[in-house]
Design a protein around this ligand. Structure first.
Ligand code: ADP
Ligand code: ZN
Length: 615
């Protein structure tokens, strides 16, 4: 969630690069002048070498002499070397030395000999890093434009989508017709603003799109721009919030300036809640809240600053409209709210149609069926499903996507990818009975969601899985449905008890789920007569408010929860005992085939598939 924006990462990389280059620069410059010389005593060693004619050349600066021997020579215990240096004592007779040098034909240079490296090398070492550094600086400046490097930090980085180019229109958005209808008006205004102004209508400044992730909010905003044929500037609010205070605000300024210059235009701010949280609410992280506030204020200022002649409409998206600062929702700001809901079965069908347009489908594919099997999925997931199926089909060398590919893709999306672990035969047997228990109880219990798949292939953290989902979207749960859910969840452990006579830890997640469900039924949903219509337990979001109840009431909740679960468990065990043959058959089929779909599972258990219409 808190991943650093790409821009910040890039800046960090630049800083490291610069530091590394500076280091290299220093080292290189050092290397260029540092040549390994041995220090030798002036007298008698140096004088003797001169006399022997072993000194080829010298240079002196002050009292320091640097020179080169003709043959590598060792002074004292040091290793033989050709390059040496020595110090002339102040009392030495330099005239005498000069004469000696001349006599022995020693070359005396005016320059120090200390460029032991060839010229090009010392130039490279000395200046190479500096040149690289300058080049880097240059590209940085060039990329960030005339405002320079610091300016680049504050520029919005708003990605601009030109109409035509991205080409998203309302035809690409499906299944969220209500939202589309409301935004059509916005598109129409941008197309012909005069029409609206003539009648003195006030045009919305800001429209807030709220809805769960992946429902198509961004898509919708782009489609509005595409329909109206205006440029689209988009920015994610989490990118505004930078480490450096004040940068966010200047980015906002820049974003709106770009949009005003290109008007009519659309500004889209994604994840508005990242900066638009109610002030003082939520966990503010040190200086971050300061920055957030400045950025938020800048957005408000920009929106207030529009006069009625500026045709810029701000669309923003959030999945937490409840946490937004009230100031954002005031008139003249985001005073229009459009709720983008997850699609129903019909909507999912239409979204699948949109994404299947570019994919060749085999004749056996029935998108209606796929839509029916995917309750709760949003547009992004459906798009992903089609894509995943296309990839699978390609890997299987097919020329079109078949129903099997779609089913497998759905399985992988819903259940997670398979995990390769080796299980002992005994473990497999336990898992097979456990899952068969869940599945069989589901088949035999009225009010249960239809079984979709049962499998003993480990995926994610689960060793096996029994997956059922409703035919239609559920907005409300009946008592009968909840009772069925509790039974199905208990079915796994019950089957282990009935068939194997022993129980394992494999039912941990089931027990957690059953407890949660039963507590809600008793303590929040008024489904126990003894407790009555009291919300004794919290709902997880709000801190538990059970404190205000007497201890005896809370004890009553606990005992009712326990009774509910224990009664259900006894019934499930009795059911599986009487249906033992079906349980064995289903477990055997699972051990053989590992994964069974609805039809296979029903026939393995020897049951007729339930009439769908009755669900
Ligand atoms: P959000 O902004 O609500 O999180 P996005 O607009 O980013 O969701 O959706 C991501 C992708 O999912 C889109 O680019 C599109 O391919 C697909 N998608 C989502 N909703 C729809 C929809 N209603 N119709 C068609 N495609 C959709
Ligand atoms: Zn289980």
């Amino acid at each position: 969630m808190t991943r650093p924006p790409a821009r910040r990462r890039r800046i960090v990389i630049y800083v490291w690069l610069i530091a590394a280059l500076l280091g290299l620069n220093y080292w290189g410059a050092h290397r260029a002048t540092e040549v390994r010389r041995v220090r030798v005593p002036y007298s008698p060693f140096f004088l003797r070498q001169v006399e022997r004619g072993n000194v080829a050349e010298i240079a002196s600066r002050g009292t320091t002499i640097q020179g080169r021997f003709r043959h590598a020579t060792a002074a004292n215990a040091s290793r033989p070397a050709t390059l040496f240096s020595t110090e002339i004592p102040t009392f030495a007779n330099t005239n005498e030395l000069a004469g000696l040098l001349q006599a022995k034909g020693v070359e005396v240079n005016a320059q120090p000999l200390d460029t032991g490296l060839p010229l090009w090398k010392s130039l490279l070492y000395g200046f190479g890093p500096t040149i690289l550094f300058l080049l880097l600086l240059f590209t940085l400046v060039r990329r960030s434009g005339p405002q320079g490097i610091l300016g680049a930090l504050g520029r919005s980085g708003a990605r601009r989508y030109r109409h035509g180019g991205a080409g998203v229109t309302f035809a690409d958005v499906a299944g969220i017709d209500d939202a589309k209808l409301e935004l059509d008006e916005v598109a129409d205004f941008l197309r012909s603003p005069e029409k609206y102004r003539q009648l003195g209508g006030r045009i919305p400044r800001g429209v807030l799109l709220s809805g769960p992730p992946g429902t198509g909010k961004t898509l919708l905003a782009r489609a509005v721009a595409g329909e109206a044929g205006v440029p689209f500037f988009s920015m994610s609010a989490s990118e505004f919030v930078q480490a450096i205070v004040g940068v966010g605000a200047s980015r906002v300024r820049d974003l709106f300036k770009q949009a005003r210059d290109a008007a009519p235009a659309i500004v889209f701010i994604d994840e508005l809640d990242a900066i638009g949280r109610a002030r003082g609410a939520g966990a503010s992280l040190g200086g971050g809240s300061d920055e957030r506030e400045q950025t938020l204020n800048q957005i408000l200022t920009e929106m207030d600053g529009f006069d009625s002649t500026v045709d810029v409409i701000v669309l923003a998206a959030t999945n937490r409209p409840d946490v937004l600062d009230k100031a954002l929702l005031r008139a003249g700001r985001f005073d229009r709210r459009v709720v983008v809901q997850p699609p129903d079965a019909r909507g999912r069908r239409m979204i699948l149609d949109v994404h299947a347009r570019s994919v060749p489908l085999a004749d056996d594919v029935d998108l209606e069926r796929v839509a029916a099997k995917t309750p709760g999925m949003v547009g992004a997931e459906l798009a992903n499903l089609v894509n995943e199926a296309a990839l699978l089909a390609a890997r299987r060398d097919r020329s079109s996507v078949t129903a099997v590919d779609l089913d497998d893709a759905l399985e992988r999306l819903v259940l997670g990818a398979e995990r390769k672990i080796v299980l002992s035969e005994q473990d497999r047997r336990t898992i097979a009975y456990h899952e068969a228990g869940h599945a069989l109880v589901g088949m035999l219990t009225p009010g249960a969601d239809p079984l979709r798949i049962v499998s003993i292939i480990p995926r994610g953290s689960a060793l096996g899985i029994t997956f059922s989902s409703p035919d239609a979207d559920r907005l409300n749960y009946s008592r009968q449905h909840l009772d069925a859910l509790i039974r199905i969840t208990l079915g796994g452990r019950a089957a282990e008890t009935v068939a194997l006579g022993e129980i394992t830890t494999g039912a941990e997640a089931d027990i957690v789920q059953v407890t949660r469900l039963a507590r809600h039924m008793v303590g929040r949903w008024g489904m126990s007569d003894k407790v009555g219509l009291l919300a004794v337990i919290g709902n997880g979001d709000a801190p538990t408010d059970g404190d205000e109840f007497a201890l005896s009431t809370r004890e009553l909740v606990d005992s009712e929860v326990k009774r509910l679960v224990e009664e259900a468990n006894a019934e499930v065990i009795a059911l599986l005992r009487s249906e033992r043959q079906r349980l064995d058959a289903l477990a055997t089929a699972l051990l053989e085939r590992e994964t069974l779909d609805e039809l296979d599972a029903y026939s393995a258990a020897g049951l007729p598939r339930r009439d769908r219409a009755a669900v």
